[in-house]
Each structure stands twice: as C-alpha cells, then as structure tokens.
Design a protein around this ligand. Sequence first.
Ligand code: F58
Length: 833
Amino acid sequence: STAKETARKSTKAKSADTSSITYSKAQIKQSIVKHLHSTLGTDENKANNHAWWKATSAAMQELVLERLRTTQKTHYINDTRAVHYFSAEFLMGRLLSNNMHNFNLFETADAALKELGVELTDVLEEEPDMALGNGGLGRLAACFLDSLATMDLPAIGYGIHYEHGLFRQEIKNGAQIERPDSWRHYGNPWEICRPESIQEVPLFGYVETKYGANGRVKKEWHPGNIVKGVPWDIPIVGYGAKTVNVLRLWQSESSDYFNWDVFNSGGYVDAQRENIQAETISKVLYPNDETRAGKELRLIQQYFFCACSLKDIIRRYKRAHGDDWSRFSEQVVIQLNDTHPAIAIPELMRILVDRVELDWDTAWGICTKTFAYTNHTLLPEALERWPVRMIEKILPRHIEIIYEINHRFLSLVEKKWPGNNVIKAKLSIIEESTEKMVRMGNLSVVGSFAVNGVAEIHSKLVKENLFPEFEALWPGKLKNVTNGITPRRWLKACNPLLSELIGKKIGNDWPSDLTRLNKLSEFADNTTFQNQFMKVKQKNKEALAAEIKHLTGISVDTKAIFDIQIKRLHEYKRQHLNLIHIMALYKRLLEDPSYDMHPRVFIFGAKAAPGYTLAKDIIFAINKVADKINNDPRVNHIIKVVFLPNYRVSLAEKMIPAADVSQQISTAGKEASGTGNMKLALNGAITIGTLDGANIEIAEEVGDDNIFIFGMTVDEVTELSKKGYNPFDIYYHNNEVKAVLDWLDTDYFTPGQPGALSSLKNSMLSGGDPYMCLADYESYSEANRALNIAYRDKSRWAKMAILNTAKMGKFTSDRSIADYVERIWKLTPCTVE
Ligand code: F58
C-alpha cells in the first residue's frame, strides 16, 4: 500500500549506522570535557554525575543543532508542506539516551565516558523526565514526533511550556501524595529560547461592531489584557539523525507595555500582580486523566497556545507566500490532538475574517481544509464542553464566531433532515442545557476535513455511537488510524539485551522497519533461541528486582511470574479487578496451602488524579493488601504485591523489559486504544486482556494461542447495560467474590481501621459497579488459571513470548504516521542531506 511505501521510502536504508554524522570516541570525549570546562565551569575532578549529564547533553546538543539548522534550511528551500501537531501535552520523558541512540552514538559515548571514569547509565539517571503530559495521549504525541522525524516528514509540534509537569507521586502510609514536579529546576540542556519569535495573545475585553463605507460590518476586538508567548524549542532527532524537527512550547509572560500606564501612575505593586496572572497560564499541567477540568485557566491555556501557534504558522507562511491565502491549506495541515486545541478553529476564522478581511465562505473553506481532529475517548465525562458564558468573557469575539459557525452548520442539517429538531439539538455545537455549553467535539468535527479514532473498534464506536449523524452528513470523513509506539525508545533503548539478541538473529534494521521482527517467528520453536530469549527476560527481571528493592525495600523472587499493570489509575482500567483477584488468590492459599500456583509478583504503577477520591482509595487498597501479603509468611514465597511509586516514562522503561504478563483489563468499549499494551507485548510480555481498544488488533496479530482474552465483548457490555446490570446477583452467587468484597469491610488489611477499604466494596456493589468488574470476574479468574498453567510449560511460554515480540510490527508509530500521511495529511518526505 501507499502507506507502507511512504514508511519504507523514507526510512529505507536508514539504519542508524548510515547516520550522516560520524563522531569518534576521542571526539566525543573531547567535546564532553570541553563542555564540562566552558559550559559548566567545572572540571573532571570536581564534576558529579549531574555535571557529567549536562556536559554530555551539551556535547550531543551540538550535533543536534547542526542537523536542526540543515533541516530547517532544507525545509525552507523546498517550501515543504508540513504537519503542525497541536497538543496540550507532550510526554517526552528523558532525551539524552534517545538522542544518542538516534545518532547511533550510544556505544561510542558509553566508551568515551568510561575512559573518563564515568558510567553512562549513572549519568542517564540524572536527567529529570520531561513529564508534560498525563498519560497515553501525551506519550502518543511524543512517539509521533519521533516517527515524523525518522520518516523525514516536515513537522512541528506545538504545545505549552509548563513550568511544572505532572506531579511527582509519593506514597505515605499507603496513600498518594502529590508533590510539584520541577523538570527545569537546574536548567534544561535541550531547550532553546527564541525571543525573536515571541507572540502576543489578547484576552478578555469586548467586541465593537463597526460599519464600513461599503456597508460591510467589521468586528473589532478590544482585549482587556494581552499576554506574551515566549517560544522554547526542543529539537526532535529522527532515527539516523538526518531530520531534526522541533517541538515548540509556549511560555506565558506579561507583556511589558500593556500595564505601562499603571506603572507610571505609581501602581508598581498592582502591575506586579498582573505579571503573576499572566505567568500563571503556563505554570502547571492539569493532572486530570479522562475528566474535564472545567476551569477558566484551563481554557485560557488552550487558547494561549493555539493563538501563539497559529500566529507562528502564519508568520512563516507569509514569509514564503505573502498575502496569497489561496495556498494556505496546501502548505499547512493542523492535527488537533483531541479537542483541547479546538479553539484554534474559531481563532483561525477570526484572523481570516477580521484581520485579513476574507469573506466568510473563503475563510471557512481554508479552515476546513486545514484542520483534522483525533478523538481519544468516548467517556462522556471526558468530552469537553465549555460554558458559553465563560468563552464570552475570555474570548468575546470567538463566541460570536462559534455561533455563526453553528448557525451555518444547522442550515446544512436542516437541508439534510428538514424539520427534525431532535437531530438538530443533538448535532448543535451549542448545547441548550440550563447553562448553555459549547461542545468542543462537535465544533472539531464541523471544522475539520478528517476525524479519526485511535483503534479499529474505537473508530467504529466513534462513527456509530458518538457522531452517527455526522457520518451521514459527510461520508468518509470519519476514519481510523490505529495508534503505535516508537520501537527506538520502547525496545532498542530500553531493552539493550533483547535488542542485541534480535540483532544477532535477524540483523539490525528492525528499528526503522518493525515488520522485520516477524523473521523471529521462524525461531519461536527453536530451543536454543527460546533459552536465549528467556535468559534475557531473566536478566531484565533481576534488574527490575534490584530496582524494586531499592525503591520499596521489597524483595521479590525473580523466578516468579512478573505480572505488570502500568497506566493511569481509573475505574474503567479496572486496577480494582486485578486487586480483588489477587485477594482471591491469597484467600485460596490461606484456605489450601497446597493450592497450585506458580509464584507471582503483581507489580503496579499508577498515578491518580488528585481530585479522584475512589482512584486514590484504590491505590491505598493496593498498598494495604500488599503490606499484608508481603509480610504474611504463609504466602509471601508465592505472592508478592508491589506498588512502585511515581510511575513515569523513565520508570516504564525499566519495568516493561522485565514483564512476563501485561494486564490490559479495561471494560470493553472504554479504552480507546491503549499503547502500554503494545510496549509490553513488543518486549515479550503476554497480554491478559479484554477485547477492547488495540488489544483486539494485538490478538489478531499474535493469534489466539498467544494471548489470554477474557470477559465481555463490547456488544455484551451494551446488552447487559440495556437489560440492567445488578452486581448483587454476582455477589450472592459467587462465594469467592462475596468473601473477598466482605474482606474489604473488615480491618484485616488495615488493623484498627475497619472500613478503611469499604469505598471499594461499595463502588462494586451499592455503587452499581459501573465498570462491571464483577460481571467479568469469573472469566478473568479462568484466564488467570490458564495463564498459570501456560507459564509452567517453559517452552510453550518462551514460544508465546517470542511470537509476541515477532508480531508487533504493525504497532510501530511509523506505521501510524504512514497511515496519517496517506489517509489525512498527504505529506511527502523531504530528505535532508
Ligand atoms: C488516551 N487518552 C486513551 N487522555 O485513554 C488511550 O486509550 C489511548 O491509547 C491514548 O489516549 C492515545 O490515543 C488520554 O491519555 C488524557 O490523558 C487526557 C488529558 C487531558 C484531560 C483529559 C484526558
């Protein structure tokens, strides 16, 4: 297919060793020492690991910036069409190791540092994660940037330069505590400030209607406030280091002149207060996962980065095309990562109509050829809606434009379904509830030329349940692009032992063409290869065991099954289903000490949104059950439970290579795609999962024998909801479920504090068990039995693990990007020599 061709063409013959920059060990060593001296002002004897990290990063950044300049010049000369990825989140993680791998300089740098008496692995640990995102959506944006650069596609990421990324999680007496994250506290070696490209953003104020001589109505927005957007650029190095794109993040500042009058009239202190308000905009990332923040500041954040980014795009376009707007949508495509940047649609309309003075239809034609929108969720509580009154206050001109867009759109609806007010009310961008709301999803669909879901099942549900009439209005507009992950970070860099083994077996070109991993299938039955593969897994488990010991003090048996559930904490992801099953195993062992199960370590990593009480209760429950089990000599040689605090990208990189089992157990229909499922399977973990999101496509790839599927399908969930689901039916009929839930009501796990875990039981019973844990319990328990038996057969398990790695080719983000290019963006690669 063309998609595959794009992927192949741009990455062909680009294994990292064809990198355009070759650098010897001696040169790297020299460069690091130079930066130690002249960038950091220290020397080899005084430098600690942090200083070495900075000096090493500075040495790499020198190479990065050279390629950045070449890339930008090439893109400029060729006047390339580019994708502009608008996202409120980019969960980049650490950059040093990644950049070294993409330059094919990891081993060389390692050797250079060794000669300086420094361990690269220790140096890498000094880098704080760039955690400017909550979870899957933000990490997807980061993987996409990696693939775009790797595939030589002109692209720029636009987002917010949060001072504080996602909070750091501490666990105190089993409970989550949030601490501020300060990723740039001691300086960040990767970002470059670009004061020459500062933008101004108007806010608040009122709209004046003027009548021109030609009878034309002109709208003039008199803002009540203007803030500055300062751009920081993070270079994005593609694999092979040919293309280096940028991620441009906006930091808010008060505009110096705006409060000048206040200053002159002696209002020095008041003026400072205004400064603080402006600077608040990019202060902190909202930590909500799958739920709306609904806060004024959040809307301002969204508008702030969209307004800055659009101005930036227009400045660049005008430099090449002057006032000829006819080619705008040929040069610019803007991908909206969920609805968070949807306000960019009325903002572009405002610029084109009020500023450029194009007529509405021309402007709308440009807009609707420029924007495309990705939906990441069907959960109603996550669909963004903003009060009309709030938008009116902050963006008085935009609300007028939104009404005009809606008015014209509803005429179209009237033509299609004459007189049908039910459909009109459903499709309207404005929700006529007691408090009128703007539906950002509807605005995004109306203002875009393409809309996509992130896995086959999810896209089908978007089409059939979320926006059914839109499909009738604009057939073909709703599409699918299944998510993917970058194999550079999520296999090559994080799992060096497995990468080396794979390289020896099938060569080293898999990172840029992941389908080549399929060649490993031939060796799935080969005993020698099975042993080698499982020996790598064993080594990785030993490394994680050491990390677990270091972080929590808990000792785990590395011969046990390492069973991992890592993702944000949410009821729909059902960490509590995993937990009640662990409690059931514990109970089985207490009642029957000869109960036959292979030793198993259950490992969790999860952050809960600070205001999501039940999610925090589940973290507390996991930790309390863990305490009890880990200290119970009757069972602690068979079961251990570990909750690793502060789950983040860099911790994921240590956990994923060591996983035997991957828990992907969301209620069918709720997880749009999932991407952790892909990372774990790629590293040879076997999935136990529901037929939800990308699990379905993973099952298709690996085959039914190499995955443990359980639970209701989407249709069965729908049917059960319709019929009426009553968790008490299961509670009263399944003794194990009853005993486990009742256990939560005692003080067994929280001595002296009965009821401390009751909220969990209540949610699954009187609370109606909204995500149907109990309905899937029996099936989950059976799948776990099957898994336990399978693990006992060493050869069978090894074969399964190998086939999981071998069959993950589809899930490289290079394929996702090739799909976007073919189905939506229509970009051509631009080779940078
Ligand atoms: C996730 N969404 C989906 N949202 O849940 C997951 O299934 C999917 O694989 C992933 O996107 C990538 O498509 C997600 O992570 C958020 O974190 C939002 C942040 C802003 C507030 C609302 C949730």
